[in-house]
Write a protein that binds this ligand. Structure first.
Ligand code: FES
Length: 107
C-alpha cells in the first residue's frame, strides 16, 4: 500500500495574494488551487474539482498588479505568484471559500 505524498509541493516561503478584497498568504511554488487549500483545506478538498483542466469549476480572472492585463485562467493549472490579484472566482470556488466571507463585487 502506498502512502499519499505531501499536500503541497516544496516551498520556501509564503506569498501574498489578493482574493477579491482579502489578502491571504499561501505557499509559493504551488498551483493556485492547491495553494488555496492552505486557507480552506477541507472545503477545497471536498469541492467538485477535477484538478485536471476538465471541469472548469476552478476558473478565475486575475491580474498581477496595477496596470497589468486581466487574464482568465484555471486555478488548477496556474502557478501562484506573489501579488496576484484574483478579481473573479467561479461559483464553486466562492462556495468553497465562503468562510473567508469575501466581499463579492456588485453583480
Ligand atoms: S479543477 Fe477542474 S478544471 Fe481546474
Amino acid at each position: 500500500m502506498s502512502s499519499p505524498g505531501p499536500l503541497f509541493r516544496p516551498y520556501d516561503k509564503l506569498v501574498t495574494i489578493h482574493l477579491l478584497d482579502r489578502g491571504v498568504q499561501v505557499p509559493a511554488n504551488n498551483m493556485l488551487l492547491r495553494a488555496l487549500q492552505y486557507v480552506a483545506a477541507e472545503r477545497i478538498a471536498y469541492g467538485r474539482f477535477c484538478w485536471n483542466e476538465e471541469c472548469q469549476y476552478c476558473r478565475i480572472r486575475y491580474d498581477l498588479g496595477e496596470g497589468t492585463p486581466e487574464r482568465t485562467a484555471l486555478a488548477c493549472k496556474l502557478m501562484v505568484q506573489d501579488g496576484m490579484r484574483i478579481r473573479e472566482l467561479s461559483l464553486e470556488l466562492r462556495y468553497c471559500l465562503r468562510e473567508l466571507q469575501l466581499k463579492l463585487p456588485e453583480e
